[in-house]
Design a protein around this ligand. Structure first.
Ligand SMILES: [Mg+2]
Length: 235
């Protein structure tokens, strides 16, 4: 079957949220002695844990990303014995440093340009708020390459719900069997795509051992670009 559209996750598939977030946490932590004492590994682990807990409301359109960020830093401060009244200030420091330190996943920009050059319609399928994701694509210089940007908060449903993939398929005008989805999250990306009838390619960034069904291709890097393009377009 000829692939007529490529769906892509954004965070930690194209946009390196994990590295960007760790660098932003390091800069934020440096402003608060209680967090310096706790150390970067512990503070970042708590940041990731709280983000996972608070993100679903944002991703399904039931919360504001700025409020969630302040609440996250309030909880981090409480956890490590810092002053919770600094939460708003630290959230702003984190936000500024997140933008300042952001980066694409290695090979992501080249991959998107290579797919775009093949004239295959591309769609982002992402669990997040629109403004957040529009900004990331613009700052990475990739906005013009995408035919559709499907974000969960616009629809009140989040991956792995297959209906979010179905929105993307409608927007690019192809059937599920004619599309492929690339993403790093096993349940959200691989599980969600397969539930929608879309072939999944799993971007395994951490090398976690896992039983992978034969219909799921696995890549561990977005390089070399040509090899990843072949996995996506030629199955
Ligand atoms: Mg992801």
């Amino acid at each position: 079957m000829t692939v007529r559209a490529v769906l892509l996750d954004l965070d930690d598939t194209l946009y390196d949220h994990a590295a960007t977030s760790r660098r932003a946490t390091a800069a934020t932590l440096a402003t608060e002695p209680a967090l310096v004492a706790a150390g970067l590994d512990a503070v970042q682990a708590e940041n990731v844990r709280q983000l996972e807990e608070l993100h679903h409301a944002v991703a399904t359109g039931h919360g504001w990303v700025d409020d969630a960020r302040i609440e996250r830093w309030r909880r981090i401060l409480v956890r490590f014995g810092g002053p919770p009244e600094r939460a708003t200030e630290l959230a702003m420091v984190y936000r500024a440093n997140y933008h300042r330190n952001e980066s694409a996943v290695d090979g992501a920009v080249e991959l998107v340009h290579a797919l775009h050059a093949r004239r295959v319609p591309l769609a982002i399928v992402s669990n997040n708020a629109r403004d957040e994701q529009v900004g990331k694509l613009e700052r990475l210089g990739l906005s013009a390459c995408f035919a559709a940007l499907v974000v969960s908060a616009d629809h009140g449903i989040a991956k792995p719900d297959p209906r979010l993939f179905e929105v993307a398929l409608r927007e690019v005008g192809v059937a599920a069997a004619e599309a492929v989805h690339l993403g790093d999250a096993w349940e959200n990306d691989v599980g969600g795509a397969r539930a929608a009838g879309v072939r999944a390619v799993w971007f395994d960034r951490t090398g976690a051992p896992r039983e992978v069904p034969p219909d799921v291709a696995v890549i561990r890097s977005l390089r070399p670009t040509g090899a990843v393009v072949r996995v996506l377009l030629d199955g």
